[in-house]
Design a protein around this ligand. Structure first.
Ligand SMILES: Cc1ncc(COP(=O)(O)O)c(C=O)c1O
Length: 423
């Protein structure tokens, strides 16, 4: 019965003329062939990091094999090729998130670095003691701690908009917290712990209505939703390569051109200057002003390849597939007695956080690992979310374009087994 169900919904994104061919997608990811504890790997930890398709692995290898050189500074053939490939990757990211020009894309190490950059280079010079920074309860530590550091440095105050029992942002409270001293709001697009998709366009409109600029943390959104920063209207948007099937150690910050242009550099070094004397240094134009030192060239190229890969499949099709998987996972998991879902927002990405009776999430994770199923257990770098729900940790299954209903059947069977063993 279960297998039948799995087959019936094996291509859940069949709505259009071109279905999401999940088996073909899986063949692009060599790691999915791995056997773990005698079972084929079921990788359900995509919110932590996503696996890499051959197209990304090959693009990185190809760069190192044929074009490796430093960029923006050589006149030789390899340096020109490497520079072109790096700048092409910038153009791909620009188009992928709907930025108007490539100069609005700064390559950084990660979403974390992008947020720190905005905190230090944009917000810090504007803050005096008593000014306010608005975030929400559902932020990842990356979108909390940089602002706390900034508060310590400047005497600014961190304000936190609450979330409901379903894990949705309380929009009225958010608006109430936008006051005359709010200098910036920083909100996640998708919660990594709860899966909640925030109405970012509305939030930006609200904040702008109070003259408050907005940073959207899109680390979890980029692999799952079409992103259009122009339509969202945000001032800054951050993404991270490894969660969108690209390499680790690379991410991108989108910033409105006039804001980036007016900002002081974040770090000093090579590449970010026009001229240096001991008396005076003049800085390079954006985005290079923010890319001090030799960047992660292979990483940017790999991220560009990941963008190509996602676009070739289509974010709408990926979204439809994941939506169906989310529905199936929610339905089957919550049918197991004793399973409690944490995060039940109406508008959700395919992240399912749950508890199995009183069983410690690490024990659940260990049993799932024995079945070859990789999930995340713990606080998911979102301890305030855990505190909000009065728990220390959850088990989190986070799904992606290559996951199948059959893998969800394996998950639910293993969770049912946990329930039997412990209760
Ligand atoms: C919502 C969210 N923001 C930011 C980050 C930080 O991403 P990175 O570690 O790549 O900087 C994460 C990572 O889990 C995340 O889930």
């Amino acid at each position: 019965m279960k297998a039948e169900m799995a087959t019936a919904s094996a291509n859940p994104a069949c709505s259009g003329a071109t279905p999401h061919d999940v088996e073909r997608v899986r063949a692009d990811f060599p790691i999915l062939q791995r056997v773990v504890n005698g079972k084929t790997l079921a990788y359900l930890d995509n919110a932590a990091t996503a696996q890499k398709p051959n197209a990304v692995i090959d693009a990185i290898c190809q760069y190192y094999r044929t074009s490796n050189a430093n960029i923006h500074r050589g006149v030789h053939r390899l340096s020109i090729e490497a520079t072109e490939a790096y700048e092409q990757a910038r153009g791909k990211v620009q188009r992928f998130i709907g930025a108007k020009r490539p100069q609005e894309i700064v390559f950084v190490r990660s979403a974390t670095e992008a947020i720190n950059l905005v905190a230090q280079a944009y917000a810090r010079p504007k803050l005096t003691a008593g000014d306010e920074i608005l975030i929400t309860t559902m932020e990842h530590h990356s979108n909390i701690v940089p602002w706390q550091i900034l508060c310590e440095q400047t005497g600014a105050v961190l304000r936190v908009a609450p979330i409901t029992d379903a894990g949705e942002l309380d929009l009225d409270e958010f608006e109430k917290l936008l006051g005359p001293r709010t200098r910036i709001a920083a909100v996640t697009h998708i919660s990594n712990a709860l899966g909640t998709i925030n109405p970012v366009r509305d939030l930006v409109e609200m904040a702008h209505g109070h003259g408050v600029p907005v940073l959207i943390d899109g680390a979890q959104a980029a692999p799952h939703l079409p992103i259009d920063v122009a339509a969202i209207g945000c001032d800054f948007y951050t993404i991270t390569g490894h969660k969108m099937f690209g390499p680790t150690g690379i991410g991108a910050l989108y910033g409105r051109h006039e804001l980036l242009d007016a900002m002081e550099p974040y770090q000093g070094g090579g590449e970010m200057i026009l001229s240096v004397t001991f008396e005076k240094t003049t800085y390079n134009k954006v985005p290079h002003k923010f890319e001090a030192g030799t960047p992660h060239i292979a990483g940017a190229i790999g991220m560009g390849a990941a963008v190509d890969y996602l676009e070739a499949i289509g974010l709408d099709r990926i979204g439809a597939h994941e939506h169906e998987l989310l529905r199936y996972t929610t339905e089957t998991l919550s049918a197991i007695p004793g399973v409690r879902l944490v995060g039940t927002a109406k508008n959700k990405a395919a992240v399912v956080s749950f508890l199995v009776g009183d069983v410690h999430p690490h024990d659940v994770g260990t049993i799932l690992d024995q079945e070859g199923i990789a999930v995340r257990t713990g606080h998911h770098c979102a301890q305030p979310v855990m505190e909000r729900f009065g728990i220390a940790a959850t088990v989190r299954a986070s799904l992606a374009l290559y996951n199948t209903p059959a893998e969800i059947d394996r998950l639910t069977a293993a969770v049912a087994k946990v329930q039997e063993v412990f209760n």
